[in-house]
Design a protein around this ligand. Structure first.
Ligand code: PHE
Length: 351
């Protein structure tokens, strides 16, 4: 028995010191002290031994047991320590992984607006913002479009429930054009001034590929001494050549807007047929792109400007319409409506 214990001791001490990981160390521990472990089994044989033998073997076993237990504990600590060491020596690669991703870009409306604003900034025009919810006065009456005047039919207007805000019925609306800025600009600025207005407008439209209830307008309001239709022609060319290129040709045709006199439609040479006449321009060779004119004396007066001293140019167009031509977009609803297919179902149902 004495011998056996010595062999166990030698054997296992060696094994313990050789272990490299905690799992094998646990196995060794079980092989010694588990239910059928060497030490457990040896203890179980004690009753078979004589008193003399026991006197030697019992203390020896206690010693072997204690030392092997201690060896296991010590080795366990060492293995843990080695593990930490290894971890801290290992270089952790923290370089971010470059995942493939698609690059986004600005919406065509944004790009277009930035370009247009840039074109007029160069000529000294300043941005001006007018409200989208406005009074009937700024949107119509002060623009020489009195109540009940048939010219109001030019704009299908969305009226708000103004009584809820303590305002006379029919006085509050969603602006139908950026021209609602004209009289405001005049009242807030001393001439001469060069202003540009860009923003959302709203109309009660029967939705289809060319009509949307919400759309953008860009407008120029320019007041100075001695302005004429020649300046208007210049500004039209400046814009349309800036957008469509130098080869673009521009002409004006008579047009009616109550707040300008004379009024004009600004046409650009059809970019598809270059003037020959095609489906897009309806065989005319020209496309009407903007409305414009010399600001009506009544409107100047409403803005507190003396029409005998100053004259004004107003000029507005719809960026969506221009973009459709520029990029060949054939449905205006593409710009703002998320689900075109869904919308098509309702085509022709409104009004
Ligand atoms: N406000 C007009 C419209 O929306 C366009 C326009 C602007 C016409 C300025 C003349 C001068 O139809």
């Amino acid at each position: 028995m004495e011998n056996r214990l010595k062999i166990i001791y030698q054997d296992y001490l060696h094994k313990i010191q050789q272990t490299k990981d905690l799992k094998s160390l646990d196995e060794i521990f079980l092989a010694l002290f588990g239910k059928n472990g060497e030490i457990t089994l040896a203890t179980k044989e004690f009753p078979k031994l004589s008193k003399e033998e026991l006197k030697v073997v019992a203390p020896l076993l206690a010693k072997v047991k204690a030392e092997l237990e201690e060896a296991v504990t010590k080795r366990r600590e060492e293995i843990k320590e080695e593990g930490y060491q290894k971890l801290s020596e290992e270089k952790l690669d923290l370089t971010p992984v470059e995942l493939p991703r698609e690059k986004g870009h600005l919406h065509v409306i944004t790009t277009f607006e930035e370009e247009t604003v840039g074109l007029f900034q160069k000529l000294g025009f300043q941005r001006y913002d007018a409200p989208q919810i406005d009074s009937d006065d700024f949107n119509f009456s002060l623009l020489n479009i009195p109540e009940d005047h048939p010219a109001r039919d030019l704009w299908d207007t969305l009226y708000l429930d103004s009584e809820r805000f303590g305002i006379e019925p029919g006085k509050l609306l969603l602006r139908t054009h950026t021209s609602n800025s004209q009289v405001r600009i005049m009242r807030e600025h001393q001439p001469p001034f060069r202003m540009m207005v860009l923003g959302r407008c709203f109309r009660y439209e029967n939705l289809d590929a060319r009509h949307e209830h919400t759309f953008e307008q860009f407008e120029i309001v320019y007041v100075d001494k001695g302005l004429s239709m020649a300046n208007l022609q210049y500004l039209s060319e400046h814009l349309l050549k800036g957008i469509f290129g130098e080869e673009m040709k521009v002409r004006m045709t008579p047009g009616y807007y109550p707040f300008v006199e004379p009024g004009a439609g600004v046409d650009g040479l059809c970019i598809f047929c270059k003037g020959k006449g095609c489906k897009v321009c309806g065989g005319v060779g020209w496309l009407e792109l903007a409305g414009a004119g010399m600001i009506h004396p009544t409107v100047l007066k409403n803005g507190g400007i003396d029409p005998k001293i100053y004259s004004g140019i107003a000029w507005g167009f719809g960026p969506f319409r221009m973009l459709m031509l520029k990029y060949g977009i054939n449905d205006i609803r593409t710009f703002l409506s998320g689900n075109l297919k869904e919308l098509l179902k309702y085509e022709g149902e409104s009004k």
